[in-house]
Design a protein around this ligand. Structure first.
Ligand SMILES: C[S@@+](CC[C@H](N)C(=O)[O-])C[C@H]1O[C@@H](n2cnc3c(N)ncnc32)[C@H](O)[C@@H]1O
Length: 261
C-alpha cells in the first residue's frame, strides 16, 4: 500500500521561486539567499541521511544524542527541533518525551519534512511529532511554549543568526534550554587543515559521484562565515539567552552551543 505522509502544517511566508539546480549564481558565492538554501536542501533530501552517515562515519548520531542530553527532555515535555531536516533530533526528542509529551519539528524544505514524517510514522511505538513547513526566523508558535529545543547543523544555514536565536528565546519557557549543534572551525591549525582537506578532498568528491558537487561545496564557505564558539556565546547573550556556553566536540571541528532562557 502506498505510504501517505501525514499532513504538514505550513506557516511559511510567501517564498519567491527557488533557484533551479543550475542556479542564478554558484552556491559557494558569499551568503546564499534563503531561497537558494531551501532549494539546496530540497534537492539533496533523497541522499541526505545516507551521506550524513557516510561522511561523519556514523558519528553524527552520537553528537545528536549529546545535544539531546544537554536539553534533558523529560516525559510529558513539549519540545521543539528547529531546522529539523529529515527529523533525526525530533525523533530523539519524541522518544525522550514519550506518549505524554509533544514534539514539533520545523523546516522550510518540504522534501526533508516528507522524509521526517515517513520516518516518524514508521517508528514503534508511534511518536507524537507535528511537522511544520516553516521558517526558523519566524517560528509559528506563541511565546514561552517549549520545555526544550534543539537545532542541529541549521544555525550555520540561516540567513540571520541573531534573529534565529531571538526566536528560539521567545518560544522557550523561562528556564528551558536550547542545544545548538554545528560544525566549527577548530583553533588548532593541524585540525583546521585536516578539516579543510576532509571537506574538499573527501566530502565534495563523494557528493560529486551523486551529482551533488555544488550542493556540498557550499559547506566550507558556510563554515568560514559561521561565528566561532566564543562569538556564538556572545550572540546568544545578545539574544537574551543566559548561561550560554559553547562546548567543542571532535577537537573543535564540531561544537554545541547550550543556553537557557
Ligand atoms: C544541514 S540540515 C540539518 C538537518 C537536521 N537538523 C540534521 O541535523 O540532520 C539544515 C536544515 O536547515 C533547514 N533550514 C535552513 N534555513 C532554514 C530556515 N530559515 N527555516 C527553516 N529551515 C531552515 C534546511 O532546510 C535543512 O533541512
Amino acid at each position: 500500500m502506498a505510504f501517505v505522509p501525514p499532513p504538514i502544517s505550513s506557516s511559511l511566508p510567501p517564498q519567491p521561486n527557488p533557484v533551479t539546480p543550475s542556479g542564478d549564481r554558484p552556491l559557494e558565492s558569499p551568503s546564499p539567499t534563503a531561497q537558494e538554501i531551501q532549494a539546496l536542501f530540497n534537492r539533496i533530501a533523497p541522499v541526505y541521511d545516507r551521506l550524513n552517515q557516510q561522511l561523519s562515519w556514523g558519528l553524527h548520531g552520537i553528537w545528536k544524542h549529546m545535544a539531546i542530553k544537554w536539553v534533558n527532555p523529560q516525559p510529558g515535555d513539549t519540545c521543539l527541533d528547529v531546522c529539523c531536516g529529515s527529523g533525526d533530533l525530533a525523533l530523539l526528542l519524541g522518544e525522550a518525551v514519550g506518549a505524554a509529551g509533544q514534539v514539533h519539528g520545523v523546516d522550510f524544505a518540504a522534501e526533508q519534512l516528507a522524509i521526517a514524517a515517513q520516518r516518524a510514522q514508521a517508528h514503534h511505538p508511534p511518536l507524537a511529532i507535528t511537522w511544520h513547513l516553516g521558517d526558523a526566523l519566524h517560528l509559528p508558535f506563541e511565546d514561552d511554549r517549549f520545555d526544550g529545543a534543539t537545532l542541529a547543523y541549521g544555525l550555520r544555514n540561516v540567513v540571520d543568526i541573531p534573529r534565529c536565536l531571538g526566536e528560539l528565546r521567545r518560544v522557550l519557557r523561562p528556564g528551558a534550554k536550547v542545544a545548538i549543534l554545528d560544525l566549527h572551525r577548530p583553533g588548532n591549525s593541524l585540525l583546521r587543515q585536516f578539516q579543510s582537506w576532509y571537506l574538499a578532498q573527501q566530502v565534495v568528491p563523494i557528493a560529486q559521484d551523486l551529482g551533488l558537487r555544488e550542493e556540498y561545496a557550499y559547506l566550507a564557505p558556510s563554515l568560514d562565515r559561521f561565528p566561532t564558539g566564543r562569538e556564538q556565546v556572545a550572540l546568544a547573550q545578545a539574544a537574551g539567552l543566559r548561561s550560554a556556553k559553547h562546548y567543542p566536540i571532535a577537537g573543535g571541528m564540531m561544537g554545541v552551543l547550550v543556553a537557557q532562557k
